[in-house]
Design a protein around this ligand. Structure first.
Ligand SMILES: [Zn+2]
Length: 199
């Protein structure tokens, strides 16, 4: 299964990375362009750890509500910032708010980005406790899941060690989104993915 973290890097990201490193787990970070430029060292640490880094736009708009030219500049702007810091252009997009349609997918295809949604939302964005976040993962997880978490809240790094320990005990291993699809031919630009193969 694949853990994903949106909206970073932030002040909370180093604690997330410490937990992942301690459990020898990797994840996928969907980063915001200006945040990448503000904390390039954190993004390079993600890269060193073997985490995948995806595009989460420049200004975090509802992409379905802006003109196509703006969609492209949002995707390309963040892709440039990521490439500047990591040396690699991203191949994955997480649309802000999960808002996508045929037009967003078409622009993502032009930008070389697969659209990565999720199959499990532990709702760390709600006012909730780390234990409740962990329980929502443990109670609903299936092999191949893509889990949507955020770098944005103090409760998420507190929930992460519980999630990693609980899922490891149930036999799960943690891979990046690209690794989730290596056995099925990889991800294609413009295609929308909600989960990996249900092995
Ligand atoms: Zn977001």
């Amino acid at each position: 299964m694949a853990l994903t973290f949106d909206d970073g890097p932030t002040q909370y990201t180093p604690a997330i990375l410490r937990s992942l490193e301690a459990h020898h787990a990797v994840a996928t970070f969907f980063v915001i362009g200006p945040h990448v430029l503000l904390r390039p060292g954190v993004v390079r640490r993600e890269q060193r750890d073997g985490d995948a880094i995806g595009d989460h736009t420049v200004t975090h708009p509802h992409l379905t509500a802006v003109p196509s030219a703006r969609i492209l500049s949002e995707l390309e702007g963040a892709a440039r910032d990521i490439a500047l810091v990591t040396g690699h252009r991203p191949t994955l997009l997480r649309p802000p708010f999960g808002a996508y349609d045929a037009r967003v997918s078409a622009v993502a295809r032009r930008a070389g980005l697969a659209v990565v949604m999720w199959s499990l939302d532990p709702r760390d964005w709600k006012r909730t406790t780390p234990r409740a976040i962990e329980q929502r993962v443990i109670n609903h997880v299936r092999p191949g899941d893509i889990v949507d978490l955020h770098d944005r809240y103090a409760r998420t790094p507190k929930a992460l060690p519980l999630i990693l320990t609980g899922l490891t005990g149930r036999g799960y291993t943690f891979v990046t989104v690209p690794q989730l699809f290596t056995g099925s031919g990889g991800t294609q630009p413009g295609t929308v993915y909600h989960h990996g193969p249900r092995v």
